[in-house]
Design a binder for this molecule. Structure first.
Ligand code: SF4
Ligand code: SF4
Length: 221
């Protein structure tokens, strides 16, 4: 499972860093390195771009895992460059941006957009498989998530546009409900195809989602 990111347009990054003259750049050695959006090479390229904006790059670092709790410790090694900076440009997913933001007092600017949490289906090919909706229906949809596999995110389908097993939004892609149908058929569970899924209850998944995990009770709702 990986955070899939894409670099923001340079003009957007330029506008974000406009108020600052000294920039420290942070990459991530885990997901963003794998997706080639925040590894050493991309951070070095960004360094040149930021210099081209007329800014002083006071330093850079690729943290082993930007989103984890070691970020604050990792930052200590970069203290000198950070002391001279007045903003941190973060080339990691939004989790890493949050972590950097809470570990250091400087304004934090994301250089990437976080697209989704996905699985690498084949080398370099990432697919969203879960939108973390908090009310999982995989047990009744043959393990295929309709919210992410269907272009319209339908819980009940198919829609009227499905044609020869393909999706009306993108005819190159299989309709999610064809995939669900075929898999349920293999499993002799086709009766589930007719089951109605009520609309998601947003009351039980208020944002921000928060859970408490204790040794005694595990996760408390
Ligand atoms: S239904 Fe889909 S989005 Fe919701 S938890 Fe299950 S896999 Fe994730
Ligand atoms: S054709 Fe299938 S996958 Fe495409 S939007 Fe309709 S139900 Fe969803």
């Amino acid at each position: 499972m990986k955070s899939i990111t894409r670099q923001k347009p340079l003009e957007e990054i330029r506008a974000y860093v406009k108020p600052f003259d000294r920039v420290y750049i942070v990459g991530c050695g885990t997901c963003a390195t794998m997706t080639k959006t925040g590894g050493v090479d991309q951070v070095q390229e960004m360094k040149e771009e930021v210099k081209g904006f007329g800014k002083w790059v006071t330093g850079w670092a690729v943290l082993p895992t930007a989103c984890d709790e070691m970020t604050e410790e990792d930052f200590k090694a970069a203290e000198e460059g950070l002391q001279h900076a007045n903003c941190v440009l973060v080339m990691s997913c939004a989790l890493g941006v949050h972590r950097v933001n809470s570990s250091f007092h400087l304004p934090t600017i994301p250089a990437l957009d976080t697209l989704f949490i996905g699985l690498e289906e084949s080398p370099g090919y990432f697919q969203e498989v879960c939108a973390q909706c908090g009310q999982c229906v995989l047990g009744e949809t043959a393990g295929i998530c309709p919210l992410t596999a269907c272009h319209k995110g339908l819980l009940n389908g198919p829609c009227g546009g499905t044609s020869h097993g393909k999706c009306e939004v993108d005819s190159e892609r299989d309709c999610a409900f064809t995939l669900i149908y075929e898999r349920l058929k293999e499993q002799n569970r086709l009766d589930l195809m007719g089951k109605y899924h009520p609309p998601r209850n947003y009351h039980v998944t208020l944002v921000p989602k928060i859970v408490t995990v204790t040794l005694e009770e595990g996760i408390e709702p």
